[in-house]
Ligand binder design. Structure first.
Ligand code: FAD
Length: 421
């Protein structure tokens, strides 16, 4: 690693500070107008900020409160809109689609969800069966998606569906932008074990989309679905245990100290191990950044980061409960002490009443929520086993998984699977 962060007098810092001074109470639209929602993007949406410039902006805007925006109809961070939909539209969309969708994503005027996974297509996403059949100037969509986070509060969805069942499974998929109020689209809630309604199952019954809703060429959906990693924003502040949000290992360590330390040698050993893992992850984040600054694609570093960070998140949340002894079994229990509001995440306020409503009023509800949410960390965005396959094949160069479907169309593959079953 060889880099220093630019000092206090760096001109790029002074620009952001001046903007912050002139905009003490900015809205999401103000932030977007300044190019600070996605600073690494090209103009007119971003300011083509290189990795160091992005870090400067995020350091200078740290703790900034965004005021309610008249254009922002619904709550949400629009993570899927900004992280997935927007880069795909930039890459594969035509000018009309860019004009129609991009600004509204960055201002949060339209919140997006992701309609990818199906009951038989999770890790094996390219096996998806939702059909999009061309009928003149329209596509007729039939099928169902599952685990659609935030679909019930979204205005738009990115959908991948099969346009050609007779092509190999990765080739016959197309990518669509779907208004969530389209006739023929319905959904039912899935309540997860944190008691939050974050997931949905979404159904399409003869839902009609104009051809203009297709992003990119027909059959190019798989390539587009894989877009984003190259576009990923540089971040140094992702020590949060729950996919970069929520309390970090260091925060737990601070609470242990505040509560008088820990004398049990086994627990002390577990705390030391957690701290060491957090430090390895912090250094790996810096290695990733260093690689980017030196014009290298951070392959190895990036591959192991998700794998280690997801398991570390579970380690932090489990230890937080374990430290409270048998209380750990009860709702709302966790380490006592205040944590900064920016480290809260999830439906904690809604699901586990704070203060007088909780039998553990001195405990932040994020610990109990985080413990219940943590198993999802090694599933979403690629399961722990799939991540290990990636490291084995692409980093360590071990033999690839045998491909028994080679040369088959998706339809032939389906028939073969039925035959085996
Ligand atoms: C919090 C969260 C939010 C999500 N949000 C969304 C969303 O908004 N939109 C959306 O479309 N989806 C979403 N998902 C779904 C997510 O993408 C899938 O859960 C994920 O792709 C895994 O698929 P699956 O659940 O079908 O598990 P499966 O793929 O069925 O895996 C089952 C088990 O088999 C193992 N396995 C599978 N393949 C292999 C292999 N090749 N080698 C070894 N082991 C293997 C897995 O590791 C796992 O243990 C979300 C999931 C979570 C947890």
């Amino acid at each position: 690693m060889d880099f220093d962060f630019p000092g206090d007098d760096d001109p790029r810092r002074l620009v952001v500070r001046a903007w912050r001074k002139a905009n003490p109470n900015p809205t999401q639209s103000d932030l977007h107008a300044a190019g600070y929602v996605a600073p690494h993007w090209p103009a007119p949406w971003g300011i083509e900020a290189d990795p160091i410039h992005q870090i400067i902006i995020s350091q200078e805007l740290d703790g900034l409160k965004i005021a309610p925006d008249a254009k922002r109809k619904k709550m949400g961070t629009n993570a899927i809109g900004i992280g997935w939909a927007a880069p795909t539209i930039l890459l594969g969309g035509n000018q009309e689609q860019k004009d129609r969708y991009l600004d509204k994503i960055f201002t949060h005027e339209e919140i997006w969800c992701q309609l990818f996974s199906e009951t038989e297509a999770g890790s094996d996403l390219a096996n998806l069966a939702t059909r999009a059949e061309r009928d003149g100037d329209e596509y007729v969509i039939n099928g169902s998606k599952i685990w659609s986070s935030g679909a019930h509060v979204s205005d738009m969805g990115i959908l991948i569906a099969r346009t050609d069942p007779d092509a190999p499974k990765h080739k016959g998929i197309s990518y669509f932008a779907v208004p969530m109020d389209t006739p023929g689209l319905s959904m039912s809630p899935i309540i997860d074990m944190t008691t939050a309604h974050s997931f949905n199952q979404v159904f399409f019954d003869d839902m009609r989309l104009p051809v203009s809703a297709r992003i990119g060429e027909e059959g190019d959906g798989w390539r587009l679905a894989k877009v984003t990693l190259a576009n990923e924003r540089v971040s140094l502040s992702s020590a949060g245990s729950l996919w970069g949000s929520g309390p970090s290992a260091e925060m737990l360590l601070d609470l242990v100290r505040e509560n008088g330390g820990e004398s049990d040698p086994i627990m002390r050993d577990k705390i030391a191990r957690m701290h060491a893992n957090a430090e390895v992850l912090r250094l790996n984040r810096l290695r990733t950044l260093s690689a980017k600054l030196n014009g290298r694609t951070p392959g190895t570093e990036a591959s192991i980061q998700k794998l280690m960070a997801d398991e570390h998140g579970q380690e932090v949340m489990e230890l937080a409960k374990e430290l409270t002894g048998s209380h750990g079994m009860l709702t709302g229990s966790g380490p006592r002490g205040a944590i900064p509001p920016s480290m809260r995440t999830g439906g904690t306020e809604i699901n586990f009443g704070r203060g007088k409503e909780s039998q553990y009023p001195a405990v932040d509800p994020v610990w109990h929520y985080g413990f219940l949410f943590a198993p999802a960390l090694t599933l979403g965005g690629g399961t722990w086993a799939v991540q290990r396959n990636i490291v084995a094949e692409q980093v360590l160069g071990l033999p690839r998984e045998p491909n028994l479907e080679k040369g088959m169309s998706w339809a032939e593959n389906q028939a073969a699977r039925k035959h085996i079953a």
